[in-house]
Design a protein around this ligand. Sequence first.
Ligand code: AGP
Length: 581
Amino acid sequence: MCGICASVGFKNGVELVVDGLKKLEYRGYDSSGIAYLKNDEINLIKSVGQIKNLQEKITDNLQSDVVIGHTRWATHGKVSVENAHPHISFGKSFALVHNGIIENYEHLKKQFQIDNLYSQTDTEVLINLIEKQEGKTLDKLIGACNMVEGSFAVCLIEKKSDKIYLAKRNSPLMVAISQNGCMAGSDISIFAKKFEECFILEDDEFVIASAKKLDFFNKYGEKIEKTPLNISNFDFSDENLNEKYFMLKEIKEQPIVLKKTFFKYFSENYLNEQLLSQLGKFKKFHFIACGTAYHSSLMGALFLEKFCRKECQVSIASEFRYANRVLSKNCLYVFVSQSGETADTIACAKLVKEKGMKVMCVTNVPYSTLEHIADFVLPTFAGKEVAVASTKAYVSQVFTLLIMVLKMAKIDEQDLLKDFVLRYDNFNFDEKLLFPISKFKKVFFIGRGQDYVTSLEASLKLKEIAYLNCMGMASGELKHGTLALIDKETLVIAVSTVESLKSKVESNIEEVKARGGKVLLLSNLVHNVDVDFRIDLPSFDEILMPIVSVIPLQLLAFNYALMLGYNPDKPRNLAKSVTVE
Ligand code: AGP
C-alpha cells in the first residue's frame, strides 16, 4: 500500500510531485522517493521515513519536466533506502513507482530469470519484466501487466523520453491535463487548484501522458476514449492544519461534521424518497467493513434492527472475502469505508456484485473505487480525514446510518437531531485523569449494546496510537473468561449510556471491584455504584449517545499517546488507507 504521483510537462515537476506525495502520505510513510529525467538520463533520490526527509535531500530549484514519486508502506521487503521506490531496471532505461502487490512475482522472477535484484521488492521484478518485453514502451508495459497477478497502479518513465506511462488494476490511479502539463496519482487531492477535470482509470487501462496530450488504451493496446470528470467544484479546502496534530483538529471538527451531515440529509435531501423505497424493499442487510468502519457497521446494524426490524449481519471484510458465504438477492450488501479504497472491502464489494447482488456504500471520499462499484451511495460529510486514527469519519458514519435508519422507519426525529447538532459542542477532556490511568498495565473497555460497540472502538484507538495492549468487550462476557485477568493492576473503563441496561452495568462493575480491579465509569446516567474515576457525559437522547460517548475516548487515546511521546497522527506500522490485502 503506497501513494504514487507523477508530473510531465511542468517545469517545476519535482516540486509538484513532492507536494503531491505529502498529500498521499496517509497511504504510507515508511520511505519515499522520486525519479526524474535530467539530460535524458534517469536520476533517483530516495529516503527512509516521512516525506520531509526526502525533501531535505532534494537541492533547491531542482527542475525536471518528467518526474515520478512514491511514498511507501512496506509489504515486500523491510523499510530501507534500497526497498524505497522508484525502482530502476537493470539496463537503467526505465524507472517505476508502484502501488499494489505483484502476487506471482516469484514465479515471474524464475520464468524470466530476473536475478541479482538490488532490492527485496516485487516492484523491482516488475520493472525488469517490463524491460524484457518486446516492442515499444507501451507494448512492453501492457505485455508485462498482462502477465501479472495481483494489484498495481504504476507510473513508468523511460530515459530520453518526454512521456509518462500509466497502468492500473485493483489500485486507484487518476490523471489530469492542463495547458502546462499532466499529473497522475493515487487520489484526487493531488489535482487541487491545478486542474478543472480529471480521468479516473479503470482496471487494465493504460495511458501515455505527455506535456500536451493524454492517450488511453485497453489491454490489447487499442486506443479508447474516456470521459473526464469535472472537479472544479470539488472541495479541497479542509486539508489545512490549524492544530499541531491532525487528529486533534479532526476530533474538534466533529460538532461541525454533525451539523453538515444533518444539513445535507435534511435540507439537501441526499436520501430521497425513491432511494428510501428501494432500500425498504430489502429484507436483510449485510454490513461489511474493516477496523473502525466495522464498528460503525455494528452500530448501524443495531439501529436497523431496533427501528426497522430488518435482519442484519455484520462481517469483517477480510473474513467475508474467503468465507464463501451464502448470498441472497433479498439482502442489501452495505460496505462502509472512510476512504472507499480499503482493499479487503473493495474485494468483497466486487465479489458480491459479480454474483448479481446489490451493493451500497457508505463512504467519505467522492469518486473512490468503492463508490464506483456501488449501486447506491450514502456519502458521509466528514471532510478529508488525515490522521491514521479515524475519529470524525466514525462519528459521521454512525450519524449517517442513524439518519438513514430513522428515515427508513419513517420516524420523524428531525427536531431531535436538529436540537442535538445545534447543542452538541466539543468535549473538555480533563488531562488530570491521564496520570492515574497511566499506572495500569491492563485496560479493558466494557459495555452492553451500543456501549459495547463504543468499547470496541475506544480500545482500537488506544491500541493504534498509544500502543497499549487493551481490549474492548461485551460486559456480560467478562465472567466467561476475562475475569481471570482482573487484579489490582487492571483498569476497566465501563461505558454506560442505556438506562434499561444500567443495573446490569452496575453488577459488572461490582464483579470487577470484587477482584481488586479499578473502574473508570463513562456515563451520562445516575449510577448507584462507587467507582475510582468518572467521566461525566452530557446527556442527549439515548440513540445519540454512541456519538457523545466515543469523543472523550478519542481524546483519552490522543492525550495518552502525547503523554507517552508518540505522534498520534502517524502511528508505527500503520497507514491511513490499507490498499493491500
Ligand atoms: C481506524 O482508526 C483505523 N486506522 C482503521 O481501522 C480503519 O478504520 C480501517 O483501515 C478501515 O478504513 P476505511 O474506513 O478507509 O475502509
